[in-house]
Design a protein around this ligand. Structure first.
Ligand code: SF4
Length: 438
């Protein structure tokens, strides 16, 4: 790729390098995200546009559009939905020229970095870089004539300041390696990844991350563990072809849970046979529950039992639905009886313990009112929104005060390190049974 190629986009290679360096500096200033369970596996940092990946950066959530990429409006509309769900990075498939032609418009309008997913045709890689993609998923092993175009490809990516991903899947395993091992076992997947990584590194290119996906959670876990022991590449976690929503979610939670609890993983993609926003919601929640991402609304609800005097399942679903868009870290408890409910919901900010056709509504352990059963949901939603607004206002106030301190140069040293990903400590829900039985 010549420099004149890049000039078509309105920026010279030097300008693109400068802007890439600015992005890198921003990324370097990004907070380090510590895991409450285990020190993060040390990886080098790369950038996917404005999103830093690896080197302790906050773990990002990715998804992939399932529209035809050439349909720019449909693709951008789906990207909008993914962003709403919390997506940090989006990938689009580029199987043909029409899709490649649509990349520039998509990258220009997308609010989050766009990764082009390319197989076989090296010309689409160059076009994706020129179109402004933040990264390209490309496997040297399945790019025709990589030995002749590889050096130029790496130079083009380097000049544009973009990163790449090597994505090894059980289904796309190097033929020779597959024959050597006879199956897509962890050793085979890792050998294939190392072989591909060497092809980039031999070209002097190091800004890439690696994924080694498998549909079986145990194989996937063992593969990532093995790969993590071999080097410092940022790792993109994924259980590939995990299945429909509930099976896929179970497999993914098991695999991600094991790896994240060992500090392995820098960016994640949940793969479900479901709308891609469901992948994003699942990914975000996994990170929230692991204390690796700022927590949003959460519900604690009992499973109900023979003591329940209300339909807990219905109540919990209505409260969940009514608060699903709340960004504040409020915990709401929905408990079926006054016997064990409040004790089991000690850590909630707001809760209800139901009984005798009534619901006792608590805030931080204090009964604020008793309402008839048909008013439980509206009362909880109203109170939850009030508490959430207060939390948001306190957060904005704290951020403003921190920004003011930094501005005045009084607390520069305090800005280093991170508090962002520590799980919040919530006030103890101090209800006692005396309150409940009033
Ligand atoms: S809170 Fe009450 S109804 Fe719910 S599971 Fe516990 S004992 Fe049963």
């Amino acid at each position: 790729m010549s420099e004149s190629g890049f000039r078509k986009t309105g920026q010279s290679a030097a300008e693109r390098r400068q802007s890439a360096n600015a992005e890198k500096q921003k990324a370097a200033a990004a907070d380090i995200c510590q895991s409450p369970l285990h020190a993060r596996h040390k990886t080098r940092r790369i950038n996917v546009g404005k999103v830093p990946v690896g080197g302790g950066a906050e773990i990002s959530v990715q998804s992939m559009t399932n529209t035809r990429t050439a349909d720019v409006n449909a693709t951008l509309s789906q990207i909008g939905t993914l962003v709403q769900a919390g997506c940090d990075i989006v990938r689009v498939a580029v199987p043909n020229q029409e899709d490649s032609d649509a990349l520039a418009a998509i990258c220009k309008a997308s609010p989050i970095p766009v990764i082009a997913d390319i197989h076989f045709q090296s010309k689409y890689v160059f076009e994706a870089i020129e179109a402004g993609c933040a990264a390209v998923r490309v496997n040297p092993g399945n790019i025709r004539n990589f030995e002749t175009v590889g050096q130029d490809m790496c130079k083009a990516a380097k000049d544009a300041g973009i990163s790449l991903r090597i994505g090894i899947n059980a289904g796309s395993l190097d033929k020779e390696i597959y024959e050597k091992y006879g199956a897509a076992v962890p050793e085979a997947l890792v050998e294939s990844a190392l072989k591909e990584a060497r092809l980039f590194e031999d070209c002097g290119f190091e800004d890439f991350k690696i994924s080694v996906k498998h549909h079986d959670p145990i194989t996937m876990i063992e593969t990532y563990r093995l790969l993590a022991s071999k080097g410092d590449w940022p790792l993109h976690l994924g259980v590939t072809e995990a299945g429909p929503a509930w099976q896929g979610t179970v497999k993914t939670c098991l695999a991600f849970g094991a790896l994240l609890s060992e500090g392995i993983g820098d960016t994640i993609r949940v793969s479900l046979s479901a709308p891609p926003e469901e992948e994003v919601k699942t990914g975000c929640k996994i990170l929230e529950y692991f204390g690796l991402r700022e927590r949003h609304f959460d519900i604690i609800s009992c499973p109900s039992c023979g003591r329940a005097q209300v339909d807990v399942i219905d109540l919990a679903q209505k409260v969940s639905e009514g608060l699903k868009d709340v960004q504040a870290p409020i915990r709401v408890a929905v408990m079926g009886c006054i016997v064990n409910g409040p004790g089991e919901a000690r850590e909630a900010d707001l809760g209800v313990a139901s009984g005798n056709g009534k619901g006792r509504i608590f805030i931080k352990g204090e009964v604020i009112k008793t309402v008839p059963e048909d008013e439980i949901v509206p009362t909880l939603l109203e109170q939850a929104h009030i508490i959430a607004e207060k939390m948001e206002a306190e957060k904005s106030g704290a951020e403003k005060s921190e920004a003011d301190k930094t501005e005045s140069g009084k607390s520069g040293a305090e800005k280093t390190g991170s508090q962002k990903t520590k799980p919040e400590v919530f006030p103890v829900f101090g209800a006692n049974h005396a309150n409940l039985t009033n």
